[in-house]
Structures are given as C-alpha cells and as structure tokens.
Design a protein around this ligand. Structure first.
Ligand code: ADP
Length: 492
C-alpha cells in the first residue's frame, strides 16, 4: 500500500524525463554538428568565389596599366588571348581613344567606374550566369565578359555539387544564379531545421550576395543513437524497479515474520489462559466429587482406612493441580504489554498493516479504503497495536472470501471518539450471526474450519492491556464492524 502506486508513477515520470532529455540532447548535438559543417562549407565557398572575382579587378587593372602598344595591322590584340588563359573570361572588349562602346550599357558602366575609381558592372544576366565588368581608363578602357559557372573553382569546392544538400546561389538586384541546386525537395518542405548563410563577395566592384541554405530533415537525426539511449534508460530503469520491488518484498516478508513471531508468543500465552479456563472447572468438580466420595466411604466402610487415605491423596493432588492451573492462569491472564507504551500514530499503524497485507488483499481482489483524520496519536505498544490491526484485517479478508468478488468492500476509518483514538474496520462479508456475537472474544471460539479461535480473544486482551477496548457489531450494510479504541496520548 504505502504509496507504491505513486512510487511507480514517479519511476515512470522520471524515466520519461531522462529518456526525453537524453534524446533531445543527442538530437541537438547532431543539429549543431550539421550547422557547424554547413557554416564552414559556406565560408569556404564565400572565400573561393571572392578570390575569383577579385581576380577580375586585377586583370582589368593590369590591362588599364599596360595600355595597348603599337600593333601590327591584322595582328590579334594581346588582350584577346585572355579567354584562352581564363575559361571564365568569355570576351574582352575595348574602347580606344576617341572611340565609342558598341553598347550604351558599357558606356554607362564606364561613367560609373570613373566616378567610383574602380571597375563597375555593366550588363548583369544572372539568369544565364553572365555579366560584364568595365574599368574606365585612358586612352583605352576595357570590359570583361564573365561566365559565372566557369568561374567556380570546382576542384577546391568543399562539397560534392551533385549530391550535397546545400543550395548555393549568387543574388544581385533581384536576380539569382544557382551554382549548386542542393536538395530542393527538402528545402521546400520547411520541415526540420533551416540553416542560412548570406554574405557579399569581398569585391566592391561585383557586389553579389553569396546565399547558402540547407534544410536538415527529421530523417537526418541520429535515430539509431537516440533509440539506443532510450533502450538503455528503459533497461536500467527496469532493473532498478525490479531491484526496488525485490527489496520491498523482502522487507515485507521480514516484517510479516516478525509479526508472526510476536503473534506466536502471544498465542502461547493465550493458549495457556484458555487451558487454565478449560481445566479449572473439571478440576473443581473432581475436587467436589472426591470430597463427596470421601464422605460416602466414611458412611459405609469395607476398607475404610485405605479408601480414606487414597481419597485424601486424590484430594490433595486435585487441589495441587487446581493450584497450579490457577497460578498459571493468573500469570497469563493479563499478558503485560511487552514493549511499553509509546505515542503511536494510529493511521500510520493502519497503513503499515495494509502495506504488509497488500499481497493478501490483491489475492482476494480487495481494495481497502482508509479514511483518516489528521494525527490521531494514541498511547500504545506499537507491536501489540500492529498485531491487533493485523488480526482484524486478516479476519475481515477471510470473511470476504465468502462473498462475490464484486461485492467485496473493506473500509477503515481512523478518528477521535469520546476522547479516545478509534479505528473502525468494516467489511462487506457475511457479518456476525446472533449466536456468534456473544462468544466472539472467547478463547477457542471459532467458526472457521481449522481456526484456533484465539485471534480475537488475544486482540481484546491486548487492547484492554493498553487501557483500550475492542468491540464488534454488525455494520449498517450487514458486514462485521470491529471498533478498537485506545487512549489518546496525553499531549494531544
Ligand atoms: P479464528 O480466526 O481462528 O476463527 P478469531 O478469534 O480471530 O479466530 O475469530 C473468531 C471467530 O469470529 C471466527 O471464527 C469468525 O466466526 C468470527 N469472525 C471474526 N471476524 C469476523 C468477521 N470480520 N466477519 C465475520 N465473522 C468474523
């Protein structure tokens, strides 16, 4: 009884909290690892692309610095060899002194370049991955046509572009060019965790935004490790619960054994009291009869002396026997309450007994109901009190065996009544028959096959030994109702 239900509940709640916390921590760790990996890759991508675009500035600067020398007619201008050297340079255009750009966009970009003193973007077609970059210079200005896809140094790329779940784009003024598609299905679901990286390329002339994104799905969590953790916690908890259960069972068995030993000792005393009670009457009768015989023999004497001597001896023996029995009865009639009187919480004693009898209750499908007011502290010998409650409960459980399982009720109430502590044990058993009631507390009175009939008489003796009482009636619903009263502890 003693809170085992609540105990089990706490085991489960504790177990669930530990399992979930551990699983969440494992998941968090995996997510953090993936995020760190993603950020490292994104940073590498940003650095590689920045290095590439900075190179375009350097090429334009070099061209502007060198300016074209005198060229042989029909010869290929040297800057036209650049596309062969750099695969991402698609074309090189130039505007010579006094000349015009073939395209007004290039003229506009040259103006901007002159203004900002650095190369400027001309046409940007991110859709097809191309743009042009112009550097204003005199007498000859140059423009580079650049292919973004060819610009990516795939050899140094930190991810496998075909299989990596990371999407990499370059954004500029509402246009976007995808360098690496990533896992578009994952990116669109929105389920799981999203990692994002935004940073401008490290070249003011080509302010493209590097955008990397990755959607980590639930399926990427370390389910194996998480399940292993849950299994390990469940295993440890089951082992602990089993160990705890065994410990409780062992303690209960020890307690029952102790109670059994005390009961046996007290029962012996009760047995002696019963024997004394039973033997004293016949012995008294023997005494009276032999005395009568003695008188008769005196009236009609064939062998008077012998008979008289024999009868006198018989009388003496019978007297001695009666004396012995009388002494024995006096000695055991009121067994002293052995352990001394202490302040005992009555409800706690009842809970203790209920706990010990939990298996007995379960076996009979009985769920005892205890109603207790706060702190009824009685002056009692705890061992004797345990024994009384134990006996009353065992009797009630035995009585309940006689009724249908669904009709079995056992209620206990602890309260104060008439200045005493009171325990009422009510069962829904067959109750006490009118002929049983007056003999209930007699030693050796039993209606049970194999019953000793000493339990209740012992309980009553113990109760009155502690200054209390034990009485029995039939309850309002028909079952038996036992009422134990004990003096309240003075302090109350
Ligand atoms: P035992 O249990 O050995 O018979 P007890 O002194 O404990 O001895 O009980 C004496 C008798 O009192 C029982 O045989 C039974 O007839 C009756 N009795 C005790 N408790 C109850 C009860 N709760 N309901 C009905 N009868 C009871």
């Amino acid at each position: 009884m003693r809170n085992t239900g609540a105990g089990v509940r706490w085991w489960w709640i504790g177990g669930a909290v530990i399992s979930l916390t551990g699983a969440v921590l494992l998941a968090r760790q995996a997510i953090d690892e993936q995020r760190a990996l993603f950020e490292t890759d994104a940073r590498i991508v940003h650095r590689l692309l920045s290095q590439q675009v900075v190179q375009h500035d350097a090429i334009l600067d070099t061209l502007a610095l060198l300016q074209p020398g005198p060229e042989a007619p029909g010869a290929t201008p040297p800057e036209q060899r650049l596309p062969a050297l750099y695969p991402h340079i698609l074309s090189v255009q130039r505007r010579d002194r006094g000349g015009d750009w073939p395209d007004p966009a290039l003229a506009g970009a040259e103006t901007a370049s002159r203004q900002h003193q650095r190369p400027a973007l001309a046409t940007v077609e991110l859709g097809s991955g191309r743009y042009r970059l112009v550097l204003a210079a005199e007498p000859t200005a140059y423009a580079l046509g650049i292919d973004l896809r060819a610009m990516v140094p795939w050899a140094e790329w930190p991810m496998k572009p075909e299989t990596s779940p990371v999407r990499v784009r370059l954004d500029h003024a509402g246009q976007s060019f995808t360098l690496q598609p990533g896992d578009p299905t994952a990116l669109n679901t929105g389920r799981g965790w999203r990692f994002e990286f935004h940073k401008h390329l490290a070249a003011q002339s080509q302010p493209f935004d590097v955008v990397a994104s990755r959607q980590m799905g639930w399926h990427e969590l370390p389910w194996g490790r998480m399940l292993a953790w849950l299994a390990a916690v469940a295993l440890v908890l089951t082992a602990l619960a089993q160990w705890q259960g065994q410990r409780a069972a062992r303690r209960r068995a020890e307690e029952l054994l102790r109670l059994g030993q005390v009961a046996r000792l007290n029962t012996l005393g009760e047995l002696a009291a019963g024997m004394a009670h039973e033997l004293n009457q016949p012995l008294t009768a023997v005494l009276a009869n032999t005395q009568a015989a003695q008188r008769l023999l005196a009236d009609e004497p064939p062998e008077l002396d012998t008979a008289r001597t024999a009868m006198a001896q018989a009388t003496a023996q019978a007297r001695r026997a009666a004396d012995v029995v009388g002494r024995l009865r006096r000695a055991v009639e009121r067994p002293d309450v052995q352990g001394g009187v202490l302040a005992v919480d009555l409800a706690e004693a009842v809970r203790r007994a209920l706990y010990l009898l939990e298996p007995e209750c379960q076996r009979r499908s009985v769920v005892p109901q205890l109603q207790a007011v706060d702190m009824v502290t009685v002056a009692a010998d705890p061992v004797a009190l345990d024994q009384i409650v134990h006996n009353l409960l065992m009797n009630a459980l035995q009585a309940l065996e006689g009724v249908d399982v669904n009709a079995r009720r056992l209620s206990l109430s602890v309260s104060r009544a008439d200045g005493q502590g009171e325990l009422i044990v009510t069962d829904s058993g067959p109750g006490l028959a009118p002929e049983v009631l007056p003999r209930l507390f007699e030693p050796f009175f039993s209606t049970r096959a194999g019953g000793l009939g000493l339990g209740l008489s012992l309980c009553e003796t113990l109760a009155s030994g502690m200054g209390g009482s034990l009485t029995a009636t039939n309850g309002p619903q028909g079952g038996a109702e036992f009422r134990l009263r004990l003096p309240l502890k003075d302090a109350e």
